[in-house]
Design a protein around this ligand. Structure first.
Ligand SMILES: [Fe+2]
Length: 200
C-alpha cells in the first residue's frame, strides 16, 4: 500500500571535528573567548534557568568566524528545502554555559527558519541532553499512551526524541520545533553555541 508522509519533522546532524578542520585549536579559542565574556559578566537571561548565556552577537569575535562559515555552508545544504532563493544569508549565534543544576526551559526559536547547536564541551549525557517534542498538535501519541500499548522508538509513535551531546557535533532543526535541555547533574560545565539562520 502506498504511504504519503505529511508534514515531516527533520533534525540534521554532522561532525565539525573532522581531521582537516583543525577542530582542537578552534574549539579551544572559542572556549577561551566564551570564558572571557562570561568573566566580564556579559550575559542575558532567556531560556536558561541558571547557567550563563551570551548576547547573540558572537559574530563580532574572530574566534567564531570559522564556525559561522561552517554553519552557513551546512545550512545552505539544507536551504533548498526551505527557501525559494535556495540560500540563507543571515543569522545570529550565542553561547550557553550550563553548570550543575542549570537547564534550558522548553522553547522554540520563533524568529528563525532554521536553528541549531554546536557542542564545544560535553563529555557525557548527565551534563544535559537536548530533547525534541512531537510537533503535532496536542502530541497525539503522548495521549494515546494512556489507552494503549504503543510501539516505542518509531517516528510515528514517539513523542520525544533525545540527542546526547557530543563535542564537535552540530545539529540543525526547524525553528518551530519545541525542545529543552535537561539539567546538568555533574560538576563539569556544558558549553554549546546555538544559532538562528534566517533569510534576509
Ligand atoms: Fe533552543
Amino acid at each position: 500500500m502506498h504511504e504519503t508522509r505529511l508534514f515531516y519533522t527533520p533534525v540534521w546532524r554532522d561532525d565539525l571535528d573532522v581531521p582537516e578542520s583543525n577542530w582542537t585549536l578552534r574549539r579551544e579559542l572559542m572556549l577561551n573567548r566564551i570564558t572571557a565574556l562570561a568573566a566580564e559578566g556579559l550575559g542575558v537571561q532567556k531560556t536558561n534557568f541558571g547557567g550563563w548565556q551570551s548576547p547573540d552577537d558572537l559574530y563580532r569575535y574572530p574566534e567564531f568566524q570559522w564556525l559561522i562559515g561552517r554553519v552557513m555552508a551546512l545550512g545552505n545544504e539544507i536551504a533548498p528545502a526551505f527557501s525559494a532563493k535556495q540560500r540563507f544569508d543571515d543569522g545570529i549565534l550565542w553561547a550557553n554555559v550550563n553548570r550543575r543544576g542549570d537547564f534550558n526551559a522548553v522553547h522554540t526559536h520563533p524568529d528563525a527558519v532554521l536553528s541549531g547547536v554546536v557542542y564545544l564541551k560535553a563529555e557525557r549525557r548527565e551534563q544535559g541532553v537536548i530533547q525534541f517534542f512531537d510537533a503535532r498538535e496536542g502530541s497525539p501519541t503522548a495521549q494515546w499512551r494512556c489507552y494503549m500499548d504503543l510501539k516505542d522508538g518509531t517516528p510515528l509513535t514517539d513523542f520525544v526524541h533525545e540527542v546526547e551531546p557530543r563535542e564537535g557535533c552540530i545539529l540543525f532543526f526547524p525553528g518551530w520545533l519545541k525542545h529543552w535541555v535537561t539539567p546538568n547533574t555533574t560538576d563539569s560545565e556544558r558549553v554549546s553555541v546555538s544559532f538562528n539562520i534566517r533569510l534576509s
